[in-house]
Design a protein around this ligand. Structure first.
Ligand code: DQA
Length: 145
């Protein structure tokens, strides 16, 4: 079984980017932790980050060809703007969990709407880096049942 973690724009800056909002953990730290979790459950993990909408879409299309079982995605700001990202996730029909480090409902009005949430298996927000681990645990449970 395999899981793909997709990270959208500016998440490569984690650790230094608005640490009061997003925490001090780096993306590498997060991916390392997720790798350990995957390993201990004999699940293959691939991680991907891009600042470009089209590249994120290409990666998700490729996941279909690779028969990826589950996607964990933090779409960053594309959460609130991208019909194309919604369409590709619906198109490949790979179940996914949407993760946000911050509580998007506690912030600016424009962050309250997500183009993905209503087609997601689940949504986790406001729990910082731990949210990815929780999503990973849920994804592993789903694909192993
Ligand atoms: C984010 C929330 C988005 O609104 C923002 O644009 C991000 C990060 C989060 O993880 O809290 O880039 O997805």
């Amino acid at each position: 079984p395999s899981i793909l973690v997709v990270q959208g724009p500016n998440l490569n800056l984690l650790g230094t980017r608005e640490p009061e909002v997003y925490g001090k953990t780096t993306l590498e730290d997060i991916h390392q932790k997720l790798g350990q979790l995957a390993n201990s459950h004999s699940v293959n993990l691939d991680t991907y980050q891009s600042n470009h909408e089209g590249e994120l879409i290409d990666r998700i299309q490729k996941a279909k060809q690779e028969s990826v079982d589950f996607i964990i995605i933090n779409p960053g700001a594309f959460t609130h703007t991208s019909v194309a990202l919604r369409d590709v996730l619906a198109g490949v029909a790979i179940p996914f969990i949407e993760v946000h480090l911050s509580n998007i409902h506690q912030r600016e009005e424009f962050r309250k709407h997500s183009y993905l949430s209503d087609i997601a298996t689940g949504v986790i927000c406001g729990l910082g880096a731990l949210g990815y681990e929780l999503a990973m645990t849920a994804a592993i449970a789903r694909i192993q049942k």
